[in-house]
Design a protein around this ligand. Structure first.
Ligand code: UD1
Ligand code: CA
Length: 460
């Protein structure tokens, strides 16, 4: 079920597209679902901003059912009746509860089948059950459930019940659809509540036949829903901590893990150290023996072994070879390929470049659309002028070149192997191998000029 608006988030974005752990809520739930049944047996009920939700989720290969008007969780299942024809049982998941695991769904399903129940709900004991539906058992030791009562309709005594309805269920399809028409909208929200099926089935099914039962999970945090921004933050924190613990178990050092933001798909080899306040996002992969210092934000990048990332580096779609040293404050934009043992220093921006083995660009430099060979030294303040206002052009700097500080290289241009470029040169034409190119005005010196100027102003 993923059709709701998520009013409590006060957002333009539909609830199930809000992210925790770097992914939309719904994607986490779908991931768990496709572990249990094949994607083509999964139906996502969409409604509010349906096309947006569909676009984000389509890559998972699941089916969609449109609930054009969102008249409650019971209504969501009414709309799905055609899609579910031909199935004996349906597992119903809430698209806003992303911590659910495939194992728990499977245990819920197995319990449902063993009990031969018409409806099985997943329950949990929560410290703070506020806002959740409460489970009214027939008696404390029985698996059988009398009814589920929503927070808004609960009596003071019922509100004290800590066993909550998680929003995950298994239904026998036949019993569900024979009786779903009996749901009513006579409640606080004027909606069809799926939770009311517990009471409905108890009334409708002949005694002694299939029943309504609950299976309680011991892992209560799995059922948390992200209905508010505060709940989203709490879930995100839990997920991040799970990821950090997993990395630590695999031999990665993470200092102050609570300050690090590491996405679920990030891979890090053992003996790498992640310092506080680091963000590792998307499909980033980091080798062994690296150190990523504080305040670096790394997205979809590949980092080889033994790389040192000094503080404050920003990287996206970059590839860093073994032994490279980056930062502090380097900005590696998409397509940056940094060679083995190369250095990229402070306030250096790179985009779509290859920097060869052992080459260095240590200070205050922009390198874009460039192929730079091995053993090259790029002086402080070097700029590749890759853009002429219309098109981008390439700068080629061959092996062993020395670019003096404050040079501008106006692309397209090539500096041949082993050549030197004098400091502060503006290079507009190719430089042959082993040459020296100097492209700047010759210095002039006027003896005594300053003294004469001061005298003219009445100063000594
Ligand atoms: C629901 C349960 C509550 C339970 C809680 C657990 C009902 C009436 N109440 O409350 O007992 O404790 O989940 O998290 O079911 N949705 C649709 N179509 C709709 C309405 C909702 O697809 O017309 C989807 C939402 O997008 C969401 C899910 O169903 O993913 C649950 O809806 P939500 O409004 O969050 O229900 P809760 O108030 O959390
Ligand atoms: Ca919810």
């Amino acid at each position: 079920m993923a059709a709701g608006k998520g009013t409590r988030l006060k957002s333009q974005l539909p609830k199930v597209l809000h992210e925790v752990g770097g992914k939309p809520l719904l994607e986490h739930v779908v991931r768990a679902a496709v572990h249990v049944v094949p994607a083509n047996d999964v139906y996502v009920i969409i409604g509010h901003e349906a096309e947006r939700v569909r676009a984000v989720t389509a890559h998972t290969g699941v089916n969609f059912v449109l609930q054009a008007e969102q008249r409650g969780t019971g209504h969501a299942l009414m709309v799905a009746s055609e899609a579910l024809e031909g199935y004996d049982h349906v597992i119903v998941l809430s698209g806003d509860a992303p911590l659910i695991t495939a194992e728990t769904i499977e245990r819920l399903r197995d319990f449902h089948l063993e009990e031969r129940a018409a409806m099985t709900l997943l329950s949990a004991d929560l410290e703070n059950p506020m806002g959740y539906g409460r489970v009214l058992r027939k008696n404390p030791r029985s698996a059988e459930v009398q009814a589920i009562v929503e927070e808004k309709s609960a009596t003071a005594a019922q509100k004290k019940i800590r066993e909550i309805n998680s929003g995950f269920y298994v239904f026998a399809v036949k019993e569900l659809y024979e009786n779903i028409g009996k749901l009513s909208t006579a409640n606080a929200h004027g909606e069809y509540y799926l939770t009311d099926m517990a009471g409905v089935l108890n009334k409708s099914l002949p005694k002694g036949r299939q029943r309504v039962v609950a299976w309680k999970t011991a892992n209560a945090s799995e059922v948390l829903g992200g209905n508010t921004r505060a709940e989203l933050a709490e879930i995100d924190e839990k997920m991040r901590m799970v990821k950090c613990r997993q990395l630590m178990a695999e031999g990665v050092t993470v200092f102050y893990p609570a300050t690090c933001v590491i996405d679920a798909d990030v891979e890090i080899a053992p003996d790498t150290v992640i310092e506080p306040h680091v963000q590792l996002l998307g499909k980033t992969r980091i080798g062994t023996g690296c150190r990523v210092r504080s305040y670096s934000v790394i997205l979809n990048s590949e980092i080889g072994d033994g790389v040192l990332v000094r503080p404050g580096c920003v990287m996206e779609d970059a590839r860093i070879s073994a032994g490279a040293v980056l930062g502090p404050y380097s900005h590696l934009r998409p397509g940056s390929e940094i060679g083995e043992g190369a250095h990229v220093g402070n306030f250096v921006e790179t985009k779509k470049i290859k920097l060869g083995k052992g080459s260095k660009a240590n200070h205050l430099t922009y390198l874009g659309d460039s192929e730079i060979g091995a053993g090259v030294n790029i002086g402080a303040g070097t700029i590749t002028c890759n853009y002429d206002g219309v098109n981008k052009h390439t700068t080629v700097i061959e092996d062993g070149v020395f670019i003096g500080s404050d040079s501008t290289l106006v692309a397209p241009v090539r500096v041949g192997k082993g050549a030197y470029v004098g400091a502060a040169s503006c290079i507009t034409a190719d430089v042959p191998a082993d040459a020296l190119a100097v492209g700047r005005a010759r210095q002039i010196v006027k003896d005594g000029w300053a003294r004469v100027k001061r005298a003219g102003q009445g100063k000594k």
